[in-house]
Design a protein around this ligand. Structure first.
Ligand code: OGA
Ligand code: MN
Length: 289
């Protein structure tokens, strides 16, 4: 597909989302001429996979900036010292402490949905991968929305939800070592925010569910009991197998996903004595509406 015009080949990987981009060496010659096709594939397929890449942190930053201005994560201790725009997702330890975000994203989430401006695109590039396990799953929040009934769409269309980073700490990190609670200073940077339950993608115009188990605390207009059950229904609905692309990592993979149309979850089934080390950038997004 498109091979003649752009020099890249786009191969769909799953029914609802995900495509592999072939024939592109991002560290090699300038790829400016193929950038529009690459960006269109990102919008169309929601997650794109480029294998066999070997990007330095600076090269990853340069590529990511073509998508938009970058944002740094609230957890500054996991940003690379020599390049604070790059976050380390890593279980590698130095002096007994993880050098990067350990247990990152082991619950369904959309990156930084707890910020006023949640992430647009995330870039994750693998440097060390365990011998088995450690996959990342993605689900299409546009397909999941499309399949809801019209009355359900109308109901959800009038609702807003509160997102809060501390939700992940209360429900998930609380019982895990190596992820100490947020400091008061960190907490001050992530007050709860309110987003619509259904958002419209600013570039494709597609509607998507915008709630996730990691960061969404409640639906504001409903009672506590209603909110809990509606959220649980939505979380179960959008993570059905037919909405998922599951990525099995090899060293050199670069994944770019659109947080406006997907959620993702790290699968925590690998041997923690094996290194899993990835470098990561995020492009700042707009206010969901
Ligand atoms: C992330 C993330 C998942 C993984 O980088 O935002 O959620 O599998 N990572 O490492
Ligand atoms: Mn994530």
């Amino acid at each position: 597909m498109d091979g003649m015009n752009t020099g890249i080949e786009v191969k769909r990987l799953a029914g609802s989302l995900g495509a592999e981009i072939k024939g592109l060496d991002l560290a090699g010659a300038s790829y400016d001429n193929v950038f529009p096709a690459l960006y269109q594939a990102f919008l169309d397929h929601e997650v794109i996979v480029l294998r066999g890449q070997d990007l330095s942190p600076d090269q990853l930053v340069d590529l990511s900036k073509k998508f938009g201005p970058l944002e740094a994560h609230v957890l500054k201790q996991f940003n690379m010292e020599e390049n604070p725009e790059v976050l380390l997702i890593s279980n590698v330890k130095k002096d007994g402490k993880p050098i990067g975000a350990i247990y990152a994203g082991q619950y369904w989430h959309s990156d930084l949905s707890y910020m006023k401006h949640p992430t647009q695109g995330s870039f994750l590039h693998s440097k060390q991968i365990p011998s088995y396990g450690g996959d990342t799953m993605f689900c299409s929040m546009t397909r999941a929305y499309d399949d809801l009934s019209e009355p359900m769409k109308a109901f959800l269309g009038g609702l807003t939800a509160t997102h809060d980073y501390t939700n992940a700490y209360d429900t998930f990190f609380a019982h895990l070592p190596d992820r100490p609670p947020l400091t008061d200073e960190e907490k001050a940077k992530v007050p709860p925010v309110v987003h619509p339950v259904v958002r419209t993608h600013p570039e494709t115009g597609r509607k998507a569910l915008f709630v996730n188990a990691g960061f969404t605390r409640r639906i504001n207009e409903l009672t506590h009991a209603e909110s809990r059950r509606v959220l649980d229904f939505l979380f179960e609905h959008c993570t059905q197998p037919h909405y998922i692309y599951r990525h099995h990592w090899a060293v050199g993979d670069l994944l770019i996903w659109d947080n406006r149309s997907t959620c993702h979850r790290a699968v925590a089934d690998y041997d923690m004595s094996e290194d899993r080390h990835l470098i990561r950038t995020s492009v700042a997004g707009d206010v969901p509406h």
